[in-house]
Design a protein around this ligand. Structure first.
Ligand code: TTP
Ligand code: MG
Length: 402
């Protein structure tokens, strides 16, 4: 049976929220940032600001060069997450299966809810109206026979639009678009497609065989090929169906017991970075961490604390160290364990400039790890350890399982 899928994406989400709660900002060129003092990046810009070329991820300094009168507004992530939750509550009343895709995007499977695209369009308009009436926030909806085309359609219909693309219309719709309109095809892939195949549009991409694409892009070539032909068989996955990771943990028994603080710090550093690597692989942020210490007499102590959501090595390591010094008795240590719980999916990326820099570095490190193994990269104070670290996963539960 042919599916009917809707993709909703809020327009200039953070900026629209600020304009809705401060009416004097309506119709004005505004940029949302974490540090309006110029050290940060633009998380998003209102459509008025976009006409000057200002966009997400651009350093504030660069944005001000393009348009010195840009109004900078400090972001309020808690509010944005709260509104995102409330929008999701509205969406689940309209469709039996709703997948939250990011802080301001969701897919709705309308297949068993409507009999045709006309009914789907009516529901789409109702959703847009309800969200606008409640929050004064504009949104755009794309509707099609799969998630991929629905997402591309919503992007094309922005802002404040609704676009239905039937299966019959999909090929004509796709062919006229640039390859960068395929979700996931960024600047790098765009450049390679141009250089290797002289391809700029999806129409040109359709002429490249799947094997040629696989040769250059490996498995990603299959995705690019399918996308160019409007093929996407992925399901809309409801939140409650998503496999929930409860905890990510790691412990190590030292080769011999020690009270050497530098050695202990090195081990904690290594355990923290291993956990962060696994969090990032799964696009998760941790809100709580637990440290476990087992002393030479086998007495075992655990200590936990809530932290600012993160998956960055340095932040988790600092918190782990604090936990350590809060409970360390001075005895020789036999085993150390760190685990992260209260895990959340990452809703967005470039909100904070420093985090962005950190993330770039970590992404580069993660790439090397993926290639040559997790033990290949360490920080200065975790190398040259006299200890062989027998990393072992703590399966599923919390650190008391140690
Ligand atoms: P998007 O939906 O990508 O952007 P948008 O809603 O601002 O604009 P559009 O009308 O094009 O959909 O992202 C949603 C929010 O996520 C955005 O308002 C701010 C945040 N965000 C960042 O913090 N950093 C980023 O690099 C991007 C792309 C978004
Ligand atoms: Mg959006």
């Amino acid at each position: 049976m042919e599916k009917i899928i809707a993709h909703i994406d809020m327009d200039a989400f953070f900026a629209s929220i600020e304009q809705a709660r401060r009416p004097w900002l309506k119709g004005k060129p505004i940029g949302i940032t974490n540090h309006p003092d110029g050290r940060s990046v633009i998380a998003t810009a209102s459509y008025e600001a976009r006409t000057y070329g200002i966009k997400s991820g651009m350093p504030v300094k660069e944005a001000l060069k393009l348009f010195p009168n840009l109004i900078l507004v400090k972001g309020d992530m808690n509010l944005y997450e709260k509104i995102s939750d409330e929008i999701y509550e509205i969406l689940i009343r309209y469709a039996p299966t709703v997948e939250r895709f990011s802080i301001d995007e969701a897919f709705l499977d309308l297949t068993y809810k409507v009999k045709d695209y006309e009914e789907a369009r009516v529901i789409g308009l109702e959703i847009k109206k309800e969200i606008f009436d409640k929050f004064s926030l504009p949104s755009t909806i794309g509707i099609s026979y799969n998630k991929l085309i629905a997402k591309i359609a919503s992007k094309e219909a922005k802002p404040n639009g609704l676009l239905v693309i039937t299966k019959e219309e999909a090929d004509t719709f796709l062919r006229k678009l640039q390859v960068s309109k395929i979700p996931g095809v960024g600047k790098k892939i765009e450049e390679v497609l141009k250089k290797k195949f002289n391809v700029e549009t999806i129409e040109q991409l359709q002429k490249i065989g799947i094997n040629e694409l696989i040769k250059v892009f490996h498995t990603y070539g299959v995705f690019i090929y399918n996308a160019a032909h409007g093929i996407d068989n992925s399901e809309v996955v409801a939140e409650f169906e998503k496999e929930e990771e409860k905890s990510i943990g790691n412990s190590t028994t030292l080769d011999f017991d020690t009270d050497d603080i530098e050695v202990i710090k090195g081990v904690l550093r290594r355990l923290s970075s291993n956990i962060c690597y696994r969090l990032r692989l799964k696009s998760l942020l941790a809100k709580r961490i637990t440290l476990t210490i087992r002393y030479e007499d086998f007495s075992t102590f655990s200590h936990s604390k809530n932290i600012e959501k993160t998956n960055l090595d340095s932040q988790i390591y600092q918190e782990v160290l604090k936990l350590f010094f809060e409970i360390y008795s001075g005895q020789k240590v036999r085993l150390l364990g760190v685990s992260a719980t209260h895990l959340n999916h990452i809703p967005y990326t470039l909100f904070n400039h420093n985090e962005e820099k950190n993330e770039k570095l970590l992404t580069a490190i993660d790439k090397v790890r993926n290639k040559i193994g997790n033990e290949s990269i360490s920080y200065a104070n975790s190398v040259n350890l006299k200890f062989r670290l027998a990393n072992k996963k703590i399966s599923g539960g919390n650190s008391s399982a140690l």
